[in-house]
Write a protein that binds this ligand. Structure first.
Ligand code: PMP
Length: 362
């Protein structure tokens, strides 16, 4: 055994480690293998994908998989452009919105000045910034978890805002979003609209007015297809071209064949999309009433989750009690929010079981 191998075995640091790009990774929500649990921890949709997806799946010819997928992703891009009434040159697609956002950070945040985002927001933003060595400044949300657009008007290298925000669920009116975009014309502003279909106003109509705006969306929540991994973004042609240049310098074939065909099929079913999102919203509103009656406190949510705490029970205690009763929610052990639980909206039946369990502990 060499001396180096011996050091490795002992857990000592190796000379090559100095040159490693070290990162503290994002921790995704748990995907437990056990059946019969109520899974309300990763904001998935409780309803099946559209029947159009099932039909397209039946028509899949596995022999096609010998070939590479279409690098331009045209079937998917066209279906998204059709649905939203934009040109295909305004659309970018990726492997979930995580991939789209990661590519957008790489492409647009290339300045020495810090990018800005809230202190409480999607916890991948600081991870990408660290990974790419992008300087950043986290701006505290107000005590009621709202964003003050004034805080985003100083000199910066770019801005990223989730609207509605996660994990708070709080939405920002479109006028406030526009104010932020307008005050930052020399940098790119990313608006992450992962949850917009559940109750906020989209910034999409603003892409024709502001060439520095990128609007990012996902199939994971309102389209019931988290497992396929599809995200997309809208922006002016020039912005999208820059994203494509970065993507094609990284990996030409990000989108696999099933994502292209099944994703396009899902996008064509407007009626099912509207019906299932409306149902999630209806359940959420009923759940809010019941949660409030149990003494929980929460900011009003415009998403498919509620971010709540109880004044007399710790977040950890409730989290563990629910878990031992087969109900999984999400808790972030972080400053300002460790007492909160982020509870995804499931079916009515799942939410009823959750409420019954909560009644036993609070
Ligand atoms: N943005 C926000 C605010 C999210 O909560 C999530 C879900 N974790 C994502 C983006 C990424 O979603 P996906 O990669 O599944 O599209």
């Amino acid at each position: 055994m060499t001396a180096d191998y011996d050091r490795l075995q002992k857990g000592e640091s190796m000379s090559w480690e100095e040159n490693v790009r070290k990162v503290v990774p994002y921790v995704p929500g748990e995907q437990p293998k056990i059946k019969n649990i109520i899974k309300l921890n990763t904001n998935e949709n409780p309803y099946s994908p559209s029947p159009f997806v099932y039909k397209a799946y039946e028509e899949v010819d596995l022999d096609d998989y010998r070939k590479y997928p279409d690098p331009t992703c045209s079937v998917l891009v066209d279906s998204i452009a059709d649905f939203y009434g934009v040109k295909k040159e305004n659309v970018f697609v990726g492997v979930g919105s995580d991939d789209v956002l990661a590519m957008a950070f790489l492409t647009f945040f290339n300045s020495d000045k810090p990018i800005l985002f809230p202190d409480i927001t999607y916890s991948f933003y600081d991870v990408w910034a660290d990974l790419y060595r992008i300087p950043y400044k986290q701006i505290p949300l107000k005590d009621d978890f709202t964003i003050d657009p004034e805080d985003y008007k100083g000199e910066n290298g770019g801005v990223v805002i989730a609207n509605p925000n996660a994990p708070t669920g709080v939405k920002l009116p479109l006028e406030a979003i526009e104010e932020i975009i307008k005050s930052n014309r020399d940098v790119v502003v990313i608006v992450d609209e992962a949850y917009v279909d559940f109750g906020a106003e989209s910034a999409l109509p603003l892409i024709d007015k502001y060439d520095n705006l990128l609007v990012v969306r996902t199939y994971s929540k309102s389209r019931s297809l988290a497992g396929l991994r599809i995200g997309y973004a809208f922006g002016c042609e020039k912005l999208i071209k820059y994203l494509l240049d970065a993507k094609f310098s990284f990996n030409s074939y990000t989108m696999n064949m099933p994502s292209l065909t099944l994703g396009a099929a899902a996008m064509r079913d407007r009626e099912y999309f509207e019906k299932t999102t409306a149902k999630v919203v209806e359940t959420r509103e009923r759940f809010k009433v019941e949660l409030r009656a149990l003494g929980f406190e929460f900011a009003d949510s415009a998403t498919n989750f509620v971010f709540a705490r109880h004044p007399e029970r710790s977040g950890k205690e409730i989290f563990e009690y629910l878990r031992s009763n087969g109900i999984i929610v999400r808790r972030f052990d972080k400053p300002r929010i460790s007492e909160y639980l982020r509870i995804s909206i499931g079916t009515d039946e799942e939410m009823d079981k959750l409420i019954s369990a909560l009644k036993e502990i609070v």
